[in-house]
Design a protein around this ligand. Structure first.
Ligand code: PRP
Length: 208
């Protein structure tokens, strides 16, 4: 955390100045904004409306809708999406890591499993982005083996140009070009996740 400048007491106003300094620093790394807050919130509401309509038939507690957010990137999208759903639902999380096992294959590993037993329930996987498709492919295969009543995916961003494995996306926020994007949960080196918009990162940041 940056040191307080002279004249700042560290009280409420001091903390706000530090927070604004951090926000300015993060924004300075953005080449241009792809999706602003209004575009994001409008689309998230539309997705929530579609999902609420499609799962409106769920009436019994023995047939639940379980949203499974994929950490870390999906935490912002899931929080907004879930709060706009007008139907009962449960929230769970899973954490994965992916690495290049070889020049041609990438492997996904489970770091933290979800807690709810989804057998007999409706699972909706919530992802921030689908890039090569390996992560979502792994998730769909993993949850299918757990005998859900239904299994679908809701993805905020998709980069079709990067796809290595075809995956089914049932609810999609936006298709975007192959640029490095951050904000709204997405990171570079674990930074920029809390920017309220989706921005293209300056090339010199990720090529440094
Ligand atoms: C990102 C994103 C997806 C995955 C998509 O996660 O959140 O889970 O990559 O990539 P793929 O389609 O090529 O498999 P990341 O590994 O960056 O972790 P994070 O969510 O913790 O930032």
């Amino acid at each position: 955390m940056p040191a307080l400048s002279q004249g700042q007491t560290g009280g409420h106003d001091g903390n706000r100045s530090v927070a604004m300094g951090e926000a300015n620093e993060l924004s300075a790394a953005i080449e241009h904004v792809l999706l602003d807050e209004a575009a994001i919130s409008g689309r998230v509401r539309e997705l929530a409306r579609s999902i609420s309509a499609d799962y409106a038939h769920i009436r019994h507690s023995d047939e639940r809708l379980v949203l499974v957010g994929v950490l870390k990137g999906a935490f912002v999208f899931l929080a907004d999406l879930a709060r706009h759903l007008s139907i009962p639902h449960h929230v769970d999380f899973i954490a994965l890591s992916s690495y290049n096992a070889s020049a041609t294959a990438s492997e996904v590993r489970l770091i933290m499993d979800s807690r709810i037993n989804v057998a007999g329930h409706h699972v909706l996987i919530v992802e921030d982005i689908v890039d090569t498709g390996h992560t979502l492919d792994y998730l769909l295969r993993t949850f299918q083996a757990r005998h859900p009543r239904s299994l679908k995916s809701c993805v905020f961003l998709s980069k079709p140009d990067r796809r290595e494995v075809e995956v089914k996306i049932d609810y999609l926020g936006f298709k975007i070009p192959d640029v490095w994007v951050v904000g709204y949960g997405l990171d570079f080196a674990d930074r920029y996740r809390t920017l309220p918009y989706i921005g293209a990162l300056r090339r010199e940041i990720y090529e440094a």
